[in-house]
Design a protein around this ligand. Structure first.
Ligand SMILES: *Cc1c(COP(=O)(O)O)cnc(C)c1O
Length: 244
């Protein structure tokens, strides 16, 4: 229900505060990103009017459908879904400022070409598949450094950090190991000191596992269900190869 959104936001923000306290971090080191797949523009607006500023879609089609309704309410748009190269121009048209799901070179290359044409730049995160589940998108951890190096050569693309979807498991330590992989990669890339690469952002943690992610250094937690309620579609609709 729409009336629940302000309350749910309070609960989530309290969880973030508490997790930061426990980890000895400042609350302002962690941003809340609202994952808005399947959520109507009206309900997203309710969240924006209740202090939220950062939202993200998984599908270009949904971004497009909600754009008009949301454009006069101040917010920042990221993209967190699997991006097909033929949708790149829409990402730019609908004011996405950060693509968190860069996971292959040809996508970055085509994005760069389009950005050059339009005389723009964009922020990105490199998405890493830390859970070793074949169904999930993201570059394999062993190839993440190499991909980061190659993408860094595109002058229009500003790498800001890494993103991952942790393993779905009730076993916290297994989930934690995914977040540790991302953190270790971040540290490795920082040591390499690659030109045109910043590694300030670690986008990890969702409704179920944000506390663990914050303990492991997350700077962006992506939350959908805990704010907007359960979705009708299963997540495989958004995450599986071949279903996009
Ligand atoms: C849906 C989604 C989320 C949020 O998941 P919840 O479990 O609903 O909090 C986070 N990240 C990505 C990439 C998503 O697709």
């Amino acid at each position: 229900m729409k009336e629940d959104i302000p309350h749910n936001l309070e609960v989530i923000n309290a969880r973030i505060r508490k997790a930061c306290e426990k980890a000895g971090r400042n609350t302002d080191e962690v941003r809340l990103l609202l994952a808005t797949k399947t959520v109507s523009a009206e309900r997203i607006k309710t969240a924006l009017e209740n202090g939220q500023t950062l939202i993200a879609e998984n599908k270009v089609q949904e971004l497009k459908e909600k754009y008009e309704d949301l454009k006069d309410t101040p917010h920042e748009n990221h993209f967190i879904g699997h991006l097909q190269t033929n949708k790149i121009k829409d990402i730019l048209k609908y004011d996405v400022v950060c693509v968190q799901s860069i996971d292959r070179l040809d996508l970055a290359e085509k994005l760069h070409q389009r950005l050059l044409q339009e005389g723009k730049t964009i922020d990105v995160l490199i998405q890493v598949n830390t859970s070793n589940e074949e169904s999930k998108f993201g570059v394999h951890p062993d190839q993440a450094v190499e991909l980061t190096k190659k993408v860094s050569e595109f002058s229009t693309i500003k790498i800001k950090g890494l993103m991952t979807i942790g393993l779905f498991s009730a076993e916290t330590e297994k989930v934690r190991s995914c977040f540790k992989i991302l953190k270790n990669l971040q540290q490795e890339i920082i040591r390499l000191n690659i030109p045109n690469v910043k590694m300030n952002e670690l986008s990890m943690g969702m409704s179920e596992d944000l506390e663990t992610a914050i303990e492991e250094g997350s700077t962006i937690v992506r939350v959908g269900t805990a704010v907007f309620g359960a979705r009708v579609y299963t997540d495989s609709y958004y995450w599986d190869e071949g279903k996009s």
